[in-house]
Design a binder for this molecule. Structure first.
Ligand SMILES: Cc1ncc(C[n+]2csc(CCOP(=O)(O)OP(=O)(O)O)c2C)c(N)n1
Ligand SMILES: [Mg+2]
Length: 364
């Protein structure tokens, strides 16, 4: 039985089988996050570049939206970059990613092309869904990215299904299933938790707690605001992670991957993060003060933290970082040009991609 706080690394699911409910609750309530990792210069350079790509891409998407070039919904991920990049740094080929509608960062993190994502945003034929899906509906089988979902919480049961498929096929891939603090209150999340724990499915549930669900703060919407504890009734361990520090995310990711790959079943990582922009492009943001956003930007920005470390601890020069910035800006500018010049889909495309043409072999 756990006494006091203990390292999450010692989460032993099998041990719980012999414990009473009261002991299990005590054990699961006691886990602490692992210490942030020491990043090498290479790790920090990679994290810096990859997070910057998401930030600049999102800023450009915001501009194109303002110019009327992107229609429909568009939810920006700015501020939350350390979450997907820290997770990505721990993933291996074959691991799957699924998320909600705030999804551009997740796609770029998996290695999906900036051009294809931006062209989908502008509704052009070279977009990932041939210009017919838009911001919330993109997929890449090649990169194991399963969307892009507009129904709050729906991706959680789908992500659990991906983990079931891994188990069924006997591979050692992990399903990385992202959802928000608001989605964490949806019923199907708990049905999924139950099945995932019962069948020891390899799924990491990542709750991106960015403090708001549209205009409603966590405190106004959630009876229990510690989301890492949401799996306790299902014997699922959970840890709270500083989602603004990519090193803390990577440390938690390593632990969670090992947990899943060694057959211990699901685990929850609550990422404490923050979105700088409004919920979507039409959000007047009256529910929080400018000061709150400014303070977070000034004191906790995930990219600035890495930048300072590169300059101070890894002796990077301003010129070296400027070169990375230019590289990233060039990729984003190229994607934006491409997305404005690519043709729209032909009208005949209205009748395609509605039903599957054939049943995939594996499903027969
Ligand atoms: C089933 C369902 N209910 C309501 C909505 C409307 N809606 C869209 S986003 C959202 C808030 C979700 O917030 P959260 O899960 O915290 O994610 P975040 O936007 O902060 O990333 C709501 C209620 C929806 N799309 N689907
Ligand atoms: Mg939220």
């Amino acid at each position: 039985m756990a006494t006091g706080k203990q390292k999450a690394a010692s989460v032993d699911v099998a041990e719980m089988d012999a414990q009473s409910s009261a002991e299990i609750v005590k054990t699961l309530e006691s886990f602490e996050p692992p210490a942030p990792l020491d990043f090498s210069r290479e790790d920090d350079l990679r994290a810096y570049r990859d997070m910057l790509l998401i930030r600049r891409f999102e800023e450009k998407a915001g501009q194109l939206y303002g110019m009327g070039l992107i229609g429909g919904f568009c939810h920006l991920y700015i501020g939350q970059e350390a979450v997907v990049i820290g997770m990505q740094m721990s993933m291996k080929e074959g691991d799957q990613v699924i998320t909600g509608y705030r999804d551009h960062g997740h796609m770029l993190a998996t290695g999906m092309e900036s051009r294809g994502v931006m062209a989908e945003l502008t509704g052009r034929r070279s977009g990932y869904s041939k210009g017919k899906g838009g911001s919330m509906h993109m997929f890449s089988k090649e990169k194991h990215f399963y969307g892009g979902h507009g129904i709050v919480g729906a991706q959680v049961s789908l992500g659990t299904g991906l983990a079931f498929a891994n188990r069924y096929r006997g591979n050692d891939s992990v399903s990385i299933t992202y959802f928000g603090d608001g989605a964490a209150n949806q019923g199907q999340v708990y049905e999924s938790f139950n099945m995932a724990s019962l069948w020891k499915l390899p799924v990491i549930y990542i709750i991106e707690n960015n403090r708001y669900a549209m205009g409603t703060s966590v405190n106004r919407a959630s009876a229990e605001t510690n989301f890492a504890h949401r799996g306790i009734s299902f014997k699922i361990p959970g840890i709270q992670v500083d989602g603004m520090d990519v090193r803390a995310v990577k440390a938690a990711a390593d632990l969670a991957m090992e947990h899943c790959r060694s057959g211990k079943g699901p685990i929850i990582l609550e990422m404490l993060t923050y979105r700088y922009r409004g919920h979507s492009m039409s959000d007047p943001a009256k529910y929080r003060t400018r000061d709150e956003v400014q303070k977070m930007r000034a004191e906790r920005d995930p990219i600035e933290q890495v930048r300072q470390r590169l300059l101070e601890a890894h002796n990077a020069s301003e010129d070296e970082l400027k070169a990375i910035d230019k590289d990233v800006r060039d990729i984003v500018a190229d994607a934006a040009d491409f997305a404005q010049n690519d043709p729209e889909p032909d009208v005949s495309e209205l009748w395609t991609d509605i039903y599957a043409d054939e049943i995939p072999q594996a499903a027969k």
